[in-house]
Design a protein around this ligand. Sequence first.
Ligand code: ATP
Ligand code: MG
Length: 423
Amino acid sequence: MLDAAVKIISILKDAGHDAYLAGGCVRDRLLGIEPKDFDVATSATPTQLGEIFRNTQLVGEAFGVVLVRLMNCHIEVATFRTEWGYTDGRRPDGVSFTDAEHDAQRRDFTINGLFEDPIEHQIIDYVGGQDDLKAGIIRAIGDPDKRFNEDYLRLLRAIRFAARLGFEIELKTARAIRNHARYLGQISRERIGIEIDWMFGPTVKPSQKSLAAELIQELHLDGPVLNEDHLITPIPTLAGLPDDPDVDTPTCLAAWMLDRHARHGVELLVFLGRPFDRTVTQWRNALALSNEQRDALVHTLKVTARIMQWDELDVAGKKRLLASARWTQGHLLFEAMKEVQLVPVIADELKKQVPALLDEGVNPEPWVTGGDLIKFGLKPGPQFGDWLDQAYDAQLDGTVCDRQQALDWLKTKVLSNPSDDDG
Ligand code: ATP
Ligand code: MG
C-alpha cells in the first residue's frame, strides 16, 4: 500500500503538482507504527487527477477526494482544501481548494497535521506536530474551542489518540473538550459507537482501554457517550481485564458497567440478580450496539451472575454454564472483579473444579433424542423438551454412564409418570 501511495506521489510530482503523504499515516510512520491506511494530499484538483490516473473514482465530490486504484490498492487522494461553515457541528458547509499549509490547518490535532514527501524523505510541518509527537501531546490545531465547535466527533478522536498512543491531552485542549462535552450528543450514535469500539476492541491493549475510559469520565464525556449521568468512578474491573483476544468490546462494556453501577459486593449481587435491562438498553441506544453486541453484553453479565452463585449449581448446571456461548468472557470478567469480597472463595472453587469438569466434557452429544421418545410410543409434545433436558442433565452429572443407561433411566421416569412435565 505504501508503494502504491509513493508511486502516486511520484506521478503527481512529475506532472508538476505538490503531493505528500498526509495525516495519520505520517504520524504512525514517525512513531514506528504500521499505518492503517495511507492518504495522499495534493495540489492537483479532482479533475486533474481524473486526467492523470486511469482508474479513479470520486468519493466525496464536495470534499475533493478521489480514490485512485493503482498496483491493486485503493488510495485516497485529496486535493488540499480548507473547510468552512460547520453550522451543524458535524460537517463543513463548504470547502475550497487551497495550499498545503491551509490544508494542514483544517486538520484536527497537531500530530495529525503533518505531511511527508517520501521521495525527498522530508517532513513538512506547519503546525508543530513533530514537537508534540516527540513530547507525547495531543493538541488541537488553532483555537481548541473553535475546533471542537466545528466538529464534535473530534472530542472522541482526541481521547482515542491519547489512549492509543499513551499521550497527554494539552491543558487548553482538555479544557475545551470538557466545555463541549455536552454537545457530543449531536453526533450520530453510530459514530459514537464506532469510536468506542475502536477504543475497546480486542486488538487494543488493556492499559489503553483503561486510559480511554478514565479520560472519557474525567473530561465529562461519559454522560453523553453512555446516555446517563456524569459519574467519575474507579474502574478496577475494566482495568483488571487481561490482554486476551476473547476480551471484546461487549466484555469491556460489561466491565465498565459494573464499575460504574455495581462495584461493591452487595451492589453487584443486586445488580446481577435483577435483569439489568434498563442500563443495557440505555447503553445499547447510546452506542447504537448491534443486536449481536447487545446479546454478547447481556450474556457476559449473565454468565458472571451465574458464576457468583456457583455453590448453588449442581454438576449439570455447572457444565451447562461452562458450555454456554459467553462462558469465556463471563469468566474473564468474573476474574477481573478483584474488589468484590465474595469472589475469592468462588474463585478458588472455580480453579479446582473447572478443569475437571472440562476434562469430563461439558457439551457432549446427547445420548437420548426425541426419536427415542417416539420409539417408547410417546407422541411428540411440549413435555419432550423437559424430558430430554432431564436426560441430558443426568448424562452431564453422571447419573447415567452410557446411552443404554440413559434410555433405561428415561423410560422408567417417563413411563412411571407420563404426565410429569416439570420435573
Ligand atoms: P487512524 O489511525 O484511526 O486512521 P487517522 O489520523 O489516520 O487515524 P483518519 O480518520 O484516517 O484518522 O483521517 C486521516 C486524517 O484526516 C487525520 O489524520 C486528520 O488529519 C484528518 N481528519 C480526520 N478526521 C478529522 C476530523 N474529524 N477533523 C479534522 N481532521 C480530521
Ligand atoms: Mg487513517
